[in-house]
Design a protein around this ligand. Sequence first.
Ligand code: SF4
Length: 325
Amino acid sequence: MFSAFFLPSFDWIQIEVSGLCNAKCLYCPHTVWQKDWLGANLSLATFKTLLPYLKKTKLVYLQGWGEPLLNPEFFEMVNLAKAHGVKVGFTTNGTLINEHIAEKIVFSQVDVLALSLAGIETNDRIRKGTSLNQVLKAIETINSAKARLKQQNPQIHIAYMLLRSNEYELERLPEFLAGYGIQEIIVSLLDFVPSKELEEECLAPQTEEDFNLLKKRAEKVAEKANSLGLKMIFNLPSPRSQGRVCSENPIKSLFINSLGMVSPCVFTGIPVKQKTNVYFGSIYQEPLKSIWNKQEYKKFRKTHLSRDKPPVCVTCPKARIELVF
Ligand code: SF4
């Protein structure tokens, strides 16, 4: 009890329980940097070393750059996390959700389940190896399991990727997704662009004028969604700076990838060779508390709060996010 008292507390810890994936989404570093990919399954033994911290954490999000359900120990991790009183969420591509898995998700009392989509008719081309129909079927299967087991959770969210090639479908989205029992649609732009060829897909506005146009468009779509009982939130990077802390909240949150490396956010902890990640230590080598309290990590957080942000944050769209809903 006393040792837990001295542990740091977090708003959330994001843990990449699997850095493996069965899909090949065109915009994902896992696809683009496949040759150098190091992502793996995090072991249950390693996960267990993090449990004491979960008592002082509001949310643990079990996902990074892979498909969490590919980790055979996933449900044991969820059960352990829930037993430590923390909220649990994860994002999935939906390909592995059948009736049995849906029941396990509901039974283990996962709080939030997000399913990824990137378009309506464009989704299957952009998110290769996944399908829109599978995602919709997965939602229905989860909803049936919730009804059968008389459970309210998990809340179902859609993590929607808005790209140049699917933007023409945006206005149709609310009507298309209404009636599925979805609680939130969270729309993001391509915040991390893993190759030059993908730059074209990123809709991040470069000027104030472009930002205002996109914002207006987003407001209209969100309003339509609202009228259909759907909450829709857009994460739009503004051309000007927004506040002191970026939307990944590195002051009170962190990311641990499937290699056990600790970094401030998913964008600085991609499990791949020869990329400039910002790692502050490995949970295989030292306790998370020692990593969090290292001088260089403290300095990163202090600098992030200042005007002179760390170099990796200076150009990051997450430092300029404006929420539109
Ligand atoms: S600004 Fe970007 S790189 Fe820096 S901590 Fe936030 S998300 Fe990570």
